[in-house]
Design a binder for this molecule. Structure first.
Ligand code: K1U
Ligand code: ZN
Length: 189
């Protein structure tokens, strides 16, 4: 298992539409293990494969309280059916949109069809944070971010800050030297 790098806005890969998984194999399970470890390390409560640069329709989640036993959940090729008419508000965050939290309304309940860690078909009735989180992660599979649901003003304010931070980070990175720098004090030894 490995902790992978989480892509952040404005990385264009976050806008890709993820592809269906043909079959749940050992390779898929190894990817899901890495995703879960990456999510726990962040820390977060959910993660879509595209957030680590893999455009496959896979989501991991764990909504257990830190004092409880871990309750990892794995969703391969999830499909939302019967979203409720009534909506529920939740202040959402996203590991790919650092330090931004905004209240969003989403359907309060939904049913999810998916394949589990073993590739077996499952159906889940979701409500509360589980319903909110699964819908947020499903958006990632379509290249949609939670900030896309905000007003243009709020979204652009967040994007402007993240672009500024990405530029500052890139400027901070030391350039790779073209050739080995000469170190006369070492040469003298
Ligand atoms: O998709 C992601 O980037 C993960 C995101 C999931 C999410 C959070 C809130 C509402 C909907 C979806 C996060 O995990 S953000 C971090 C977070 O919510 C959290 C982190 C530590 C402890 C508890 C929550
Ligand atoms: Zn997210």
């Amino acid at each position: 298992m490995a902790v992978r790098e989480i892509l952040t806005v404005p990385d264009p890969r976050l806008r890709e539409v993820s592809k269906e998984v043909a079959a749940v194999t050992d390779e898929t399970r190894a990817l899901m293990d890495d995703m879960l470890e990456t999510m726990y390390a962040a820390p977060g409560i959910g993660l879509a494969a595209i957030q680590i640069g893999v455009p496959e329709r896979i989501i991991v989640m764990d909504l257990a309280d830190k004092h409880e036993e871990p309750q990892p959940r794995y969703f391969v090729n999830p499909r939302i059916i019967d979203p409720s008419e009534d909506v529920a508000p939740y202040e959402e965050g996203c590991l790919s949109v650092p330090d931004a939290f905004e209240e969003l309304d989403r359907p309060a309940r939904c049913r999810v069809e998916y394949l589990d860690y073993e590739g077996r078909p499952q159906v889940l009735e979701a409500k509360g944070l589980l319903a909110t989180c699964i819908q947020h992660e499903m958006d990632h599979l379509e290249g949609i971010l939670f900030i896309d649901h905000l007003s243009r003003l709020k979204r652009e304010r967040i994007l402007k800050r993240l672009k500024r931070e990405a530029k500052a980070k890139a400027a901070e990175k030391p350039e790779k030297p073209a050739k080995k720098p000469s170190l006369p004090f070492l040469a003298a030894e």
